[in-house]
Design a protein around this ligand. Sequence first.
Ligand code: NAD
Length: 254
Amino acid sequence: MKYGMTKKISSTIELFLDANSVVVLTGAGVSTESGIPDFRGKTGIWKEFNPIVYGNVTTLQNDPRFFWELAKKIAPAILSAKPNPGHYALAELEKLGKIKCVITQNIDGLHQKAGSINVFEVHGSVFNDFICVKCSTAFPYEEAIPKASIGIPKCDLCGGFLKPDVVLFGDSLPEDQICGSQEAIKKADLMIVAGSALEVFPVNQLPQILVNQGGKVIIVNDEPTWLDGIADVVFHEKTGIILPKIVEGLKKKL
Ligand code: NAD
């Protein structure tokens, strides 16, 4: 391990030992090592698909073909993905009683597959019910996915298009998940941000909220983020490498 990294891991362990309540905020970067592309990384999806057209709720309502073109491109990777060492490390931190929850922007369900229990999915999940954009009827994910494999999935009752329960630009965030995250953050004094460019509002405000209430922040992201300056420790490394090292370091102190 490089000297700089060893020192940062020790500082991270010290921050953990001093903290009373630790929360984790994850983004698409934590799942790239499971084969799911992120949006803004070097080979991110937005390099090929314009987010204003493909990731926007108004476009979906007017013409669902764009959204479903993108959804069909990334769905196979999401549906077949398995957790990676970063996800497992976070699940282990929860089991060890070292973190209270994972607040994730991801929609891939991989934290739960790795064994994390207290997960807030603030941008929804592809495994939740799909909703008809016209009459709001809910369709279980198991019913909606086969419909999507033969075209744009439609509502059996009114013929409207189905939308997975994922947050697009212009959508509001799921209230229960946001409230749960806010409650956890109120009590927290340390946050690890893992694999997020921190570009998406309002979730990208959460680290600053924690700092404003006197808490500390650790960022693990393979590229710089605009919030690196407020963090106490910054790793420009892969989450699948750093998160297991944090677990290893903490276990030595148990
Ligand atoms: P983002 O794409 O904006 O940022 C991801 C960041 O992670 C980038 O800075 C990238 O350089 C970094 N990164 C990539 N691989 C990494 C690794 N192995 N280790 C460390 N860093 C790594 O993603 P975001 O901040 O989550 O925000 C974008 C939106 O994308 C979110 O709303 C999320 O819902 C959605 N999204 C989710 C998935 C998923 O569920 N897996 C995939 C793509 C996009």
